[in-house]
Design a protein around this ligand. Structure first.
Ligand SMILES: Cc1ncc(COP(=O)(O)O)c(C=O)c1O
Length: 418
């Protein structure tokens, strides 16, 4: 007799899934990448570069494999990589970062988010999430037994549609605080909007964090994709904030190698230590040869002028896709950072099935009928606020020029649907 048999002697119904994951469905990226593949659509949905990684980065990985760096790395990070991160970030943080006590290497920024929340959030603690949020934040908070509390950015239309039109209402943020609020998650430049928080906004968040004794988890994985005159400001560098901020970065974004899954967390000793304690029981350690490759790549970035090259390369792609979307009549909102563009889909008359969210209907229709996949942004909102995404769709420009050209050809047909 098996455990699944209705005649089983067990009286308790068989329910193998833990409650903490029962509400999780497949991510929106899984659905739209599968749909794009099935329909042959150009995938401007999921944010992964479809072009080759830089040669010097791949060369570093080949060398690390050839050198037989095959065994477990130091749990908190391969010594060469934490040293390279300290060299890269110390000037940007305006302090000497201790490579062995203030830097942790993670399995992508995703594990940095998970390990930080596991280490800093108690069951019942509240975590402030700014909407639209990167979709792993609420899942990580829920798995720690925390309660996400959502504060949506408000759209203030302006003459030039831009990501900067999305602003944090500080009164709303203050009203969301409670004695149980423990952590605030910030994402700048942001996914999906491409908003770069201004100094004034960050100072206001910092003031709130200091007054209410909050820790800030600052997800800065798009730090090198910032388009002047916008400026990337690290909240950890603002007065009083180093002591209460964990900053995350990602080699996947920085070197166009999202599949390598190498990320890092930078924070003062008293915050890194508990995160390292959680991390040692999550992945224990991170791929040794790929850590070595990222270390070598970081060492070489200054001589190669790599970071300026990267932001220039993405600025050109951004401007190209902005033109395409504009000509298709989709009113793109100019992003100041990241590799995403949000568009206003009001002009599209698309059939919406009963019970279907409009943004999902529009993106499914764009994928199937127009042959270009975009991501519907409602999964970046909590259910009560999802209607804020009804007329939005997110496109990415981290794609090769020929793919962007093909998308342009297909999107030019949009006029015939109106
Ligand atoms: C805001 C944000 N944070 C974190 C991540 C995940 O980074 P990684 O691939 O390094 O895990 C992403 C990836 O899309 C992201 O957009």
């Amino acid at each position: 007799m098996s455990a699944f048999d209705s005649e089983s002697k067990h009286t308790r119904p068989y329910e193998p899934t833990a409650a903490r994951v029962r509400g999780f469905g497949a991510t929106v990226f899984a659905e739209f990448t599968a749909l794009a593949n099935a329909t042959g659509a150009v995938n401007l949905g999921q944010g992964f570069p479809n072009f080759a990684a830089p040669d010097f980065v791949k060369e570093a990985a080949r060398n690390a494999i050839a050198a037989d760096l095959n065994q477990y790395a130091r749990s908190a990070g391969h010594p060469h990589l934490v040293e390279a991160l300290s060299q890269t970030y110390s000037p940007l943080f305006g302090r000497t970062l201790d490579p062995l006590r203030q830097i942790l290497v993670t399995v992508g920024a995703t594990e940095g988010i998970f390990a930080t929340i596991q280490a800093l959030v108690n069951p019942g603690d509240e975590v402030l999430l700014i909407e639209p949020f990167y979709d792993s934040y609420p899942a990580a908070v829920l798995m720690a037994g925390g309660h996400p509390v959502y504060v949506p950015l408000r759209h203030h239309p302006a003459q030039t549609a831009s990501a900067a039109c999305w602003q944090l209402d500080l009164d709303e943020l203050a009203a969301a605080l409670s004695p149980r609020t423990r952590l605030l998650i910030l994402n700048t430049p942001s996914n999906p909007l491409g908003k770069v928080f201004t100094r004034a906004e960050l100072l206001a968040i910092a003031d709130l964090a200091c007054t209410h004794n909050l820790t800030v988890l600052s997800d800065e994985v798009y730090e090198w994709m910032v388009y002047a005159p916008a400026e990337h400001i690290r909240i950890a560098t603002l007065p009083g904030m180093w002591e209460r901020t964990v900053t995350l970065g990602s080699a996947g974004k920085t070197f166009s190698v999202t599949g390598w899954k190498i990320g890092w967390a930078i924070a003062p000793d008293h915050l890194i230590h508990p995160i390292v304690m959680a991390h040692q029981w999550i992945p224990f350690s991170v791929s040794t040869p790929l850590q070595e490759a990222v270390a070598v790549a970081l060492d070489e970035t200054p001589a190669r002028g790599y970071f300026s090259w990267l932001s220039e390369m993405y600025r050109t792609k951004r401007d190209r896709l902005l033109d395409v979307l504009d000509q298709a009549g989709l009113s793109p909102m100019v992003p100041d950072g990241s590799y995403f563009i949000m568009v206003d889909t009001h002009p599209l008359e698309v059939p919406v099935a009963p019970g279907e969210r409009r943004d999902l209907a529009v993106c499914r229709w764009l994928t199937r009928e127009v042959g270009v996949a975009a991501i519907p942004p409602s999964p970046f909102y909590s259910p009560p606020h999802q209607q804020l995404a009804d007329h939005l769709a997110r496109f990415t420009f981290c794609k090769s020029d020929d793919l962007l050209d093909e998308a342009a050809r297909r999107l030019s047909r949009l006029h015939t649907f109106r």
